[in-house]
Design a protein around this ligand. Sequence first.
Ligand code: GTP
Ligand code: SPV
Ligand code: MN
Length: 580
Amino acid sequence: MTTSNADLRDWVDAVAALTKPARIHWCDGSDAEYQGLVAEMQKSGDLIALNQKTYPNCYLHRSNPSDVARVEHLTFVCTNDRDAAGPNNNWMAPTQAHQKMDELFAGTMQGRTLYVIPYCMGPIDSPYSRCGVEITDSAYVAANMKLMTRMGSAALARIEREGKFVRGLHSTGDLNPDRRFIMHFPEELLIQSIGSGYGGNALLGKKCHALRIASWQARQEGWLAEHMLLVEIENPAGERFYIGAAFPSACGKTNLAMLIPPESMAGWKVRTLGDDIAWLHLDDEGQLRAINPEAGYFGVVPGTGPATNRNAYDMIRHDTIFTNVALTADGEPWWEGKGDGQPAIDWQGRPHDAKNGPAAHPNSRFTVSARQGSSYSPLADDPRGVPISAIVFGGRRRELAPLVYQAKSWRHGVLMGAGVASETTAAATGTVGVTRRDPMAMKPFCGYNFGDYWNHWLSFEKRAKKLPAVFHVNWFRQDDSGHFLWPGFGDNLRVIQWITERCAAKVGARETPIGFLPHSTDIDSRGVDLKPGALDALLKVDAGQWRAEMASVATYLQEFGERLPAELLDEHRRVVKDLG
Ligand code: GTP
Ligand code: SPV
Ligand code: MN
């Protein structure tokens, strides 16, 4: 196979000349091809078949123990002007980065297969979709891209029609963290990644393309590429609301996207459009519409149980690739929070011993096609996307941030998003549990200067006819003994209900300096397991603590100097003044 697109042909030839693969395989995206990749990886040991009776077509991949998460310190945005990348990114000059990467890629595919993976982010026939091609020497990457994107012949045909595509070059390299780099060249629509075979570092359609490069393109073209789940909420009256929610990595997007209503909320329906990334465009009527550029999930495994996320739990019973989970004696996958079975072998392939820590890696993942989920919404394939009613920001915060509050305006919503803070998780290497600013849950993913990004967000106020209401939620408040105050998971629908009622102007609110909060009687708490006083604690706004928080937000925003929009500072002053 080859292509009529000369740019693509030339690029594949140039990469092959540099990396010296033994053979080249153009991916067509067929099921037969997928089976072939799986068979080849079973031979090489990259995949281990799980119990095929209880987990048909499921496989385990163990990544190198030094390569189990995104590596933010090794991820760079390489723009000609350093300020274009901003203080929120690591930066390297493009010439220097190219030189470094050319050296690292030289001969790196010797004896290996070079896979050419054409893919389309978004429905093949959507004007909002964008194509890319990933070149990789990893069969694991090719198989994951098949499950997670619209990959193969149809994507290639669109590329040949449009002529434009994002280029992503990946090699597993020698996995030495000293020679691991994830480089983005937004001005060239180019990604180069070497030295990691893991998730967001290697599946270049996801964070590298659909967020870092796409956010850059989105700013130029007037749309938004966001780290958001997309979910449809239908109330018992049959009214539908589409919500985009941005929470940092491992802070509950997949779970909210696949939520199962609690028993006491009969008649509510939740349908999943996306669990990680949304692209938002203004349509001809000035309404914000969103598509999910992905077609599958790379989800956090630990904590996925019958009581927390039964949809995902059932979805990953077949045709799933597991990465870094443990094994039971029967060859079934096992993880903390699974609810049954016992680990025999840990994620590194050693006999399980609690002294070595959790049996499954805390950032172990499942890869699965989205269509397999029972809550899957066919609208995920609608080229027009869905009209967004509400944007929800959130973070993992033991203290301070209430269960839910609503911004007073779009501008206030942008400030709310810019001030998001969250405790770090196992999704990236580094210390877990440290609270840091993660604006719009995009700290690791915005491909340009946050100052310009907030300006771009603010610009929608002038360009849109009707903008979504903006909210902030926090499922992770704890009491003094470290227990979660809110049960979370399915019960989060109680909060979503309030959000939909606010969107439909059906419920009142308590106005505070930080935004509108629910009256505690407006959160339906029938049948929910809450300690006495918990709801009041969850909905409390402590002015003193919030004054300190706003001071910390100001310090953070100052880092962006002249690029910080004046409107954001004005809004900040307004909140501070109201706090007294
Ligand atoms: P990424 O894929 O890294 O972007 O993560 P995500 O935002 O999709 O997070 P996910 O839904 O996978 O949840 C991450 C972890 O948080 C899992 O272990 C969940 O079980 C847990 N979690 C999700 N929702 C809740 C909640 O409402 N309450 C509590 N306490 N934990 C939750
Ligand atoms: C995240 O870290 O936000 C993820 C997983 O969704 S990864 O694909 O590794 O980025
Ligand atoms: Mn994510």
